[in-house]
Structures are given as structure tokens and as C-alpha cells.
Design a protein. Sequence first.
Length: 141
Amino acid sequence: MMREDMRGMRNTMSLNNSRLDSIEERVGALEQSVTQKTGSAARFENVIAQLRLELDQKEQEMLVNDIEITNLPEMQAENPTHLVTKLGMTLDERDIVSAERVGPRYPRGAYASTKSGDTAARGGRPRPLVVRFARRAHREK
């Protein structure tokens, strides 16, 4: 009887040891997987930081082609590109990449209208017009 109990205990110990070995292997594999993923995440973070830096540099390079025109009266339903071509510079609409008013739009009641239909903010200035040219040479004109 005692021998059977001892044999049973040895079998149970052996079974528990094999289960523990299996668990240790799985934990080791999971730790290795986490280490690999952490390394990948760090590489991705480096790539993201590098891409952000490149994007900032490109934006700075693009600002070289921009000009800001201030105190140009703002009209209801105006075409900013058309306004730029009428400023007295010899430009074609193909020379302008974009033209838009920047800054907050004033509420309707904040404008003082004139007979010509243009509007200016009461007590303030119209929003600036930012123009991006296709080439830097156009900006220098």
C-alpha cells in the first residue's frame, strides 16, 4: 500500500515536472516574441520620427513658394486665384498652385458692405490671402 502511494506520488511529480517544463518553454517563447515585437516597435517609431522630419522639411521648402497678401478687400463669393491674377503681375492661372484666405471667417453681421459689394470687417482688416506659386521665380516677381 505504501509502495503504491509512493509510486502514485512519483507519477504525479513526474507529470507535474513535465507540465512545468512545458509552461517554462511557452513562457520563454512568449518572452522572445515580446522582445522581437518591442524591437520592431522601436524601429517603427524611428521610421515615423524620420518621416515626420522629412515632412517638416518638405513643408519648409514649399513655404519658399508662398506669399501672403494682406489688406486686400474681401468680397462675397470671390475667386482668390482670379484676384491674384488681377493684382498687376503678369501671371497665368497655371502659375498658381493654390490661393485661399486664411484665418477665421467673420460672422455675417461683422462686415460693412460698400456699393461695389466688397466687405471688410468692422474695425479690422480682411483675412490675408495666401498664394502658393508653382515656381519660386513667380514669387520673386
